[in-house]
Design a protein around this ligand. Sequence first.
Ligand code: TRH
Length: 367
Amino acid sequence: MKKIWTIFCRVIDNHGDLGVCWRLCADLAQRGHTVRLWVDDASALAWMAPQGCAGVTVHQWPNDATLQALAANTSLTAGDVVIEAFGCELPETFQALMVQGESPVWINLEYLSAQSYVARSHGLASPVMSGPARGASKWFFFPGFTPDTGGLLRDINNSPTLPATFDRTAWLSQLPLDRPITANERCVSLFCYEPAALPNLLTQLSQADEPTRLLICPGRPSAAVAAATQALHMPSSGRGQLHISQLPYFSQTEFDHLLWACDFNLVRGEDSLVRALWAGQAFAWHIYPQTDLAHHDKLRAFEATLDMPADLRQFHAVWNALETSPLPALSGATLGRWRDWSRHAQQRLLAQTDLTTQLIRFVAQKR
Ligand code: TRH
């Protein structure tokens, strides 16, 4: 049965909170559900989802007065399902609305991790101990990489995997770049925070046997590359075998195409990691760094769960500053092996039920 879903999202930093929520909203809507997204900063949707999505309405995170007025004047209800993304606290007035009449299923959608606590905690109930919804229960829903977790977002409308019909050359040739990409250049996309090994990567690529086009995403990656080229006294467009080009912000759909088109994708955070897995090209992950270094265990769990090859683990150790040795060399043969591993991981994950399907089933059991 089609349902009304209410999703609350707070943008903590970067683009992943909204990126994940938007993919979920659009996927639910494309399956015929009605979705209301309440978000405190929707500005990134202007480039992430410029066309919007039929069935999804976007609202500014409400204050209590707005909610009270809406409830009084428009008979706003909590809907059938309420998702609190990444532990963002729901407004108290909305919580009060949720306990009037038939209560919606209340889901806390958590961050993605391959660590073992995920399977243990997925689907557990958490009693609400205080506030207007005291006595109600919310349910933990954990995305993950194994069948005993909530799975990964894999939207039904946009093919997340590389289709045979995708024309890589045509797609790359329409990019607004400073210089067209030539047939012999291999393409590497860069979406990262500030990796300490970035100068090492630029130096290595500039001295490699094969020419490389490094395609830099805007924002933090672009700033990090500017700082690294300056420190290396390298021209901002690269030198030797390396040519550096700046990318515009893409929609999520076009961002996926970037990952399909490149020979090696340097991704970060949560959503772009999942999309790199679906793209099935060689990739490496810059994990979101945490001050208590909790991301070290998270990274190792990911490597172990997907049975990552030793030299790619070594690349990750250096790229994520767990080690300070030079990065493994990115030869064509190495990237080819990493691509084979990535496709194997992709096939394994495609055999599992996707997150939205699991979420819909979970909700049906709870209501
Ligand atoms: O931006 P991120 O670093 O987000 C992070 C992580 O989610 C992290 O786990 C979380 O704690 C932190 O945010 C708050 O990386 P991520 O998750 O890959 O999100 C980026 C989103 O931006 C993703 O949905 C893809 C999208 N994107 C585009 O749509 N177009 C673009 O041009 C670019 C560069 C990104």
